[in-house]
Structures are given as C-alpha cells and as structure tokens.
Design a protein around this ligand. Structure first.
Ligand code: TRP
Length: 323
C-alpha cells in the first residue's frame, strides 16, 4: 500500500474525556503522520442519543476544538463534520439494501438495548450500516478504533465484499487497527470510562473540578496504614497513562508498603493529569481566542472530504444502475 487512507470518527455526545483521548484521539493524532488521515465528528451518529440541537452543535464544535488542541494538525489530517458530507446517508441506504437483518441483530449496541428492555430506534439498529458508509465512502484502508468498534468494522468488511461480489470491485475493503489500551481505562467508579456510565474525566475541566473528580474515584475501605493492592486499583490504572515509569513504580511500591491513604495517591494522580494536559490546555486557550478558527478548519475539511465522496458516489451510482 503506497499511502494508506486512514479514517476514524468520534461521536459528539458530550465533552471528550480521557477514555476518548487514549482510545481514539491520541492514536488518530499519531496516525496522521503515517498516511492520508480523515477524521470526522460523527454528528449523524450522535442523533441516536442527543436530542437537543444546541447541545449537538456545541458538542460538535467542542470535539473539534479539543482535537486540535491535542495535536490534530489540519495541514496533515482532514477534520470534518460527518453531516457536512450528506452523501454518506445515500451510501448508507444503498448498503442497507444488501444488509441482512440478522447481521444487525447480532450487533452489540442493539443487543444491549434489548437486554435492558429499552426500545431501540431504527437509527440505533442501523448504526453499523451508517458507520460502514462512513468508512467505504472515503475508500479507507485503515480504521483505528477501540475494541468495542471492531464488530462494526467486521460488518463494514462484509458489506464491502457483498457489494463487490454483486457489482464488481467498486469498494475498498478496510482493515481495523485495534487499539489495545482502550479496554483498560477505568472511570471514576471502576467500570469502563464511558459517558453512559457518567463516570468520565473530561480533558479540559477547571482545576478545581478536575481535583474534585479525581478525589471522587471509588476505592475500597482500606485504612491509611494498611497495605493496598495496586493491580486492581483504578487510581493506579489511570496513573499508568500519565506518569513516568519511575513514578508509577513508586506508587505501586507505596501501595504495597501501607502507611499512605488513597487521598494522597489521588493527589499524585491529579498532579500527573494536570501536568500532562498543560501544553494542550495552553494551545486550546490560544485556539479559543479566535472563534472562527475551528469553523474554518471544519469548512475546509468538509470540502476536501466531499471532493473524495463525490468521486466514490459517482462510481457507486454508475455501478449499481442509478445512473
Ligand atoms: N461508532 C464510533 C464510536 O462510537 C464512531 C464512528 C462513527 C466511527 N463512524 C465511524 C469510528 C467510522 C470509525 C469509523 O466510537
């Protein structure tokens, strides 16, 4: 493969958190030097849960701002809003027509809904088809995603093979690049960090708010003097993401030795998180000073993305007999 096309998306359902950062944003930023990167804010996907127009708009801009602050370079990667290239919904329909229902009935978001006795919307059911359209519209080769999205990339590959078998080789079959860290990032309550559990730590809160969040991490009731187990502690698991090897080792040793309470360990975690994001916070403040900047980046990204989408859709429409 000469220059791989890399594509990934992030759903603007709130402010990006540490799980998003290590699971999607940081790997995406690393990939921007390794090929032609296309990253988008999946606002159509967010519609399965976000119902307030003002929030959706704010979250979308916020994700873009945070992404740029964290190091996404618009000179290298195309950053755009999914809904700015509405051709993706047309491709989604075309793919729907070759998607067997059982394939979607087997997908985890839908199954979770049923398991929780919630009524899934058709949008939630068809979510993986829209995601396949995202990936296939841009002839993507590599899709860096967390393990939870692997199934969706499998669906995408299946659908691409189906279309290619029916109409000739018109779609590029992508590969998932699975990011190992994403499984292990715990939230405040020890469960996987996720907006739906309300256990997240955002990337750019005020200092006091961040301190408060970190101090609220759930721990067992071991007393200060007791030895503590680092392997099962969320504090240690999070600290690992931010601290140097030496500092991590020191925390683990101090856990085992006893004599230090969880409050002290949380303070160390706070210091590490605050320091880690300091340069990005500065960059974010700088970006936020020019409110037009994010809009300009998104607009230019949309133009570059649409140029690719138009060509793919011409090819597809022609092959399937729409024109
Ligand atoms: N479903 C992804 C998530 O929830 C977001 C997403 C939408 C995506 N379309 C995509 C990721 C295409 C990769 C490629 O995280």
């Amino acid at each position: 493969m000469a220059t791989p096309r890399i594509l990934s998306g992030i759903k603007p359902t709130g402010k990006p958190h540490i799980g998003n950062y290590f699971g999607m944003m940081r790997p995406a930023i690393e990939w921007q030097d390794r090929g032609e990167a296309f990253y988008f804010i999946a606002d159509y996907h967010a519609l399965t849960t976000v119902r307030d127009p003002k929030s959706l708009r704010e979250f979308s801009r916020g994700v873009a701002l945070d992404f740029l602050a964290c190091g996404l370079d618009p000179a290298k990667a195309v950053l755009f809003r999914q809904s700015d290239v509405p051709q993706v919904t047309e491709l989604s329909w075309i793919l729907s027509c070759v998607t067997p229902m059982p394939m979607l009935e087997n997908c985890h978001a839908y199954k979770d809904h049923l398991a929780n006795e919630k009524i899934p919307s058709h949008g939630l059911f068809a979510y993986p088809v829209l995601m396949a359209a995202d990936i296939l519209l841009y002839d993507s080769n590599v899709v860096p995603v967390g393990r939870d999205q692997k199934q969706h990339v499998e669906v995408t590959r299946d659908l691409a093979h189906k279309i290619n078998a029916l109409y000739g080789k018109i779609l590029t079959v992508p590969e998932a690049s699975i990011l190992p860290e994403t499984e292990t990032i715990p939230g405040l309550d020890g469960r996987k960090m996720s907006k739906s559990y309300e256990n997240t730590i955002e990337l750019f809160p005020e200092e006091k708010a961040l301190r408060k969040k970190i101090m609220s991490i759930t721990t067992d009731s071991a007393a200060v003097e007791e030895p503590k187990e680092p392997a099962t502690s969320s504090i240690v698991a999070l600290y690992k993401l931010f601290a140097s090897e030496a500092d991590l080792r020191r925390m683990e040793d101090d856990f085992r030795a006893g004599g230090i309470g969880y409050g002290e360990f949380k303070k160390r975690l706070f210091e590490a998180v605050w320091a880690y994001f300091a340069p990005m916070r500065a960059r974010r403040e700088e970006l936020a000073r020019d409110p037009g900047e994010v809009d300009r980046v998104l607009k230019e990204g949309a133009q570059r993305a649409e140029a690719v989408a138009i060509i793919t859709m011409q090819r597809i429409r022609h092959a399937i007999g729409l024109r």
